[in-house]
Design a protein around this ligand. Structure first.
Ligand code: G1P
Length: 290
């Protein structure tokens, strides 16, 4: 099925980052760096590498630093130019030239479904990608590109999924899959954070989605859950009654930087992947008497 190219990407970044307090008391968790790059930049780079360059960030209070990060930084640029620090200059200019970035505020923390609904005026009547910034995915083909390939073939919403140990399923949306060959599934049902004993499979939803604009009216009608949040998974479940939804078990390594241990592991792996740090850092890790 021929699909118009997807151009838009939505990043819900209004979360309060309570798992990283006190670091996130006065700065957004999305600005915490893996080595020297804020996590949000890795994810925006994935969007751009996947062909999505109209970025909408759904922000909230205390998120100004993200806006400044993707903006030009005149004084810093002038300073670096003046001191002949051309490499650093090129690096920071690339960030503000990456993509067109727009911002909309989610005024209340009413859940992921509500955050996506806040982007509706900027997305309009087009399909779009959704990126949850806690999930950093290292892969040969960018994860979102893998989802878009399935979208272009099948023409319906696509969710990223990965197999998860049963005891961890209660932290995720989980799908009931019907295999379509290879790593692609038709989603027969999906449940948000099930009791692991009742989970319909071990395929958990990871933070990448291709959505179609018919999700918006459904989210507007989706009732809040027991915590007062509008869940995207519940909206997708209602959409599932009207059209086919797909899932792809993506190729790549996913880091959960939304929790401390995952963040630390990602920091170590990203440092070991850096040519300028790898040798010395590896030697240092080996020297630790563990
Ligand atoms: C959200 C979604 C969940 C999904 C997860 C992926 O949950 O609601 O369905 O599996 O992201 O990271 P959260 O992590 O915001 O609780």
């Amino acid at each position: 099925m021929q699909q118009p190219p997807v151009r838009k990407a939505v990043f819900p970044v209004a979360g309060l980052g309570t798992r990283f307090l006190p670091a996130t008391k006065a700065q957004p968790k999305e600005m915490l760096p893996l080595v020297d790059k804020p996590t949000i930049q890795y994810v925006v780079e994935e969007a751009v590498a996947s062909g999505l360059d109209e970025i909408t960030l759904v922000t909230g209070r205390n998120k100004r630093a993200i806006e400044d990060h993707f903006d030009a930084a005149f004084e810093l640029e002038y300073y670096l130019q003046d001191r002949g620090k051309m490499e650093e200059l090129a690096q920071i200019k690339t960030i503000s030239e990456l993509a067109s970035v727009s911002y909309v505020r989610q005024k209340e923390p009413l859940g992921l479904g509500h955050a996506i609904l806040c982007a509706r005026p900027l997305v309009g009547d087009e399909p779009f990608g959704v990126f949850l910034g806690d999930d950093i995915i290292v892969s040969r083909v960018p994860c979102m590109r893998q989802l878009l390939d399935v979208f272009e073939r099948h023409g319906g919403p696509v969710l990223a999924v990965m197999r998860m140990p049963r005891e961890e399923l209660g932290r995720y949306g989980v799908i009931a899959p019907r295999g379509l060959g290879g790593s692609v599934y038709e989603v027969q049902d999906l449940v948000e954070k099930p009791d692991p004993r009742d989970a319909p499979s071990d395929l958990a939803i990871i933070g990448r989605y291709v959505l179609t604009p018919d999700i918006f009216p459904i989210l507007a009608d989706t009732l809040p859950d027991s915590r007062g949040e509008i869940q995207l998974t519940n909206g997708l479940r209602a959409l599932r009654g009207r059209r086919l939804i797909y899932a792809v078990e993506f190729e790549g390594k996913r880091h959960d930087t939304g929790e401390k241990l995952g963040f630390l592991k990602a920091t170590v792996e990203f440092a070991l992947a850096r040519p300028d740090l790898a040798d010395q850092f590896r030697a240092y890790l080996k020297s630790l008497d563990l």
